[in-house]
Design a protein. Structure first.
Length: 135
């Protein structure tokens, strides 16, 4: 925990070793920011949930799935949904295939905006008053 409601997740080995950032948003759950997810975006979310004992809400960032097989993409996407994520935002190194797969999941889960500022339709999540303590 580095601040009220904010924690570093990791290290997980990909290779390379990676960390992620989790922000616990009051009334929502964890917003998990990932880099390139070499260890697997699903593994990073699982670790965040396990380490912080909080429900996941959003994962956003690179999912490292460019060139991945359809089976791998389906496995990762289904794992993220089963973990209880409400919003999934694959960016930069995620690839178009995961975006296409996410288009098929329920509308209340899928999100694939290309700009970070659009990730939650303007909902303010940067205020410290929206963060809950993580133990």
């Amino acid at each position: 925990v580095i601040a009220k409601g904010v924690a570093v997740i990791g290290e997980l080995y990909g290779p390379p070793y990676e960390q992620a950032l989790a922000v616990n948003v009051k009334g929502r759950g964890l917003v998990i920011f990932v880099g390139c997810s070499h260890p697997g975006v699903d593994n990073i979310v699982k670790k965040a949930v396990s380490d912080l004992n909080e429900k996941p809400y959003i994962v956003i960032g690179g999912f490292h799935l460019v060139g991945a097989s359809e089976d791998r993409i389906a496995s990762v996407a289904n794992s993220l949904i089963k973990l209880g994520l409400k919003k999934i935002y694959p960016m930069h190194c995620s690839g178009d295939s995961i975006r296409g797969y996410i288009r098929k999941v329920p509308r209340d889960i899928r999100r694939w905006r290309s700009r970070t500022k659009d990730y939650n339709k303007g909902e303010r999540m940067n205020s410290i008053s929206n963060c809950e303590a993580l133990t």
